[in-house]
Write a protein that binds this ligand. Sequence first.
Ligand SMILES: [Zn+2]
Length: 312
Amino acid sequence: MPMNQKPLLIHIDVDSPLKLIDFYRLTSINYDTNRLEDFYRTAFERANDFFASQSVFATFFVVGDELEKSVAIQKLVLKAFGDGHEIENHTYSHPFGLTRLTDQEIRQQIEKCGRIIREVTGTSPIGFRSPGYNLDTRIINVLQELGYHYDSSGFWSIMNPLLSITRKFLFKSGLPNADFGVVNSTLPVRVYRPHVNNWLRSDVTRDFLELPLPRTRFALPFYNNFNLWAPGLYSNLASNTIDRPYLVYLFHIIEFMDSTDPTVPKELIVHPNLKKTASHKIKRSREIIRALSKNYRVQKTRDYIRECQKSA
Ligand SMILES: [Zn+2]
């Protein structure tokens, strides 16, 4: 396969300020549905404009409870779907530490979000990402039982142990998702079929795919939030040189927003990238996509999944 034909899949996790408030344990903030809808309106418009300007179709991983309670949010998600983007499952309520829940609770989180997506778009989701990349073998097995075709939560980088320590240091009581479930440096960097007894191992006979998130040759994370936070010189170099069999390039919807947006609570300034202006981040994201496009070709995730399923 020529260099410029390697697949690039553009993903975006739709984590609202409500879910970030939960992540940072800023529980005293009052954030009502009107403000949430306004956030979705602005963020979806900017994300959709960005993807359209790059002529790419993205995969949106959406949270069920926010979709369920608001017709306005349903309309935005349906519009993204109608524009050609894919809508997949990011759990019902976005609990951090999904691996600490019971089998039944995990199943409910996935099933409820899946049902709401089906009601809104008329199409069943086939892909999943766990909040905070918190994953284990049970989650993979539940996904397959429920008819899903792939998971894309597998993530390991040198930052995993560092992040756990940093978070414990910065936040006295630690953060709820300071761990990533069951994962270590043996996590493959290619698409594979996870074994039913140990998701980190591969089983070529299995009919379910894991699409791990990328890390660089130096085991540093490679997703948009990290690249926006790192010095431009570094992220340009990383984007021009990252060499993987395929890439998932992961955005978060908050990267299209900044602390001047009235729908973004001031307290969320603890987020590493909210001080940077949205226009600056969009410009940087454009440069990164352009750099990646030299060696990769953007593909729809479902098309790529079908190709992987055909090849044994
Ligand atoms: Zn999330």
